[in-house]
Design a binder for this molecule. Sequence first.
Ligand SMILES: NC(=O)c1ccc[n+]([C@@H]2O[C@H](COP(=O)([O-])OP(=O)(O)OC[C@H]3O[C@@H](n4cnc5c(N)ncnc54)[C@H](OP(=O)(O)O)[C@@H]3O)[C@@H](O)[C@H]2O)c1
Length: 237
Amino acid sequence: MKIQDSVCFVSGANRGIGLEFARALLLRGAARVYAGMRETSHFSELGVVPVALDLHDMESVMAAADRCGDVNLLINNAGVAYVAQSVLDPAILSDARAMFETNYFGTMRVTQAFAPALLRNAPGAILNVLSIASWIAGPALAAYSASKSAEWSFTNALRIELADTRVEVSALHMGFVDTDLTRGMEVVKLSPQDVVRIALDGLEQGMAEIIADEGTRAVKHSLGSPGAAYLNPPPIH
Ligand SMILES: NC(=O)c1ccc[n+]([C@@H]2O[C@H](COP(=O)([O-])OP(=O)(O)OC[C@H]3O[C@@H](n4cnc5c(N)ncnc54)[C@H](OP(=O)(O)O)[C@@H]3O)[C@@H](O)[C@H]2O)c1
């Protein structure tokens, strides 16, 4: 899709990758960029329109969709990740539920609420921000990975459902990115700017699946092989 003159809604755009998306969309000529966030009162970013949005609350999601009826690009970016020690620890059940509530059910809620506007305002697109964790899991991020795999599955089904419309559906996958979400993790991190540039280039080229780094590409390519990365992932996963 063409970003020039588009009207965009980015969830979780008060910080991190979402804020970077909002800035980059404006620089690429978007006519309007709405930034969905839980707390709008402290937000100030030239040209970006803050909109109240809590992914857990259907009323809030519907109100955001009503307010932003001119949107033709939805970026489902908001997400959470809680790290655990062991998949056998019963305490991870509550974190797992919380991650599914945001990453999977939240993305589904926002997509359903914005779908009528997206179909009305087409051509346009939906970009879901997923992860290398859609394809590999380990004890530390097991439930996060499951929530991203579920979100990937939803994205694939949505793409099929919307295939005969002019709303393209795309998924973004990448490894660790330097944001609050990975603070304190001793790992190599991508810059949010690089990830967003690759994502928006992919979106403009109509790519169904956008992979932002070589590590993630290698994991995906390995999936059908005897040495598949999910059988022996790097220790942090
Ligand atoms: N950082 C990475 O290494 C990495 C790698 C792969 C994929 N991702 C994915 O990229 C996306 C953005 O991550 P990030 O690194 O930018 O994380 P971040 O800096 O922690 O930002 C997360 C954003 O999501 C918002 N959010 C969380 N729960 C919400 C809810 N219930 N309703 C509305 N907004 C909510 C946060 O809002 P508040 O400020 O109100 O908390 C914040 O704006 C996520 O989907 C994440 O899974 C990240």
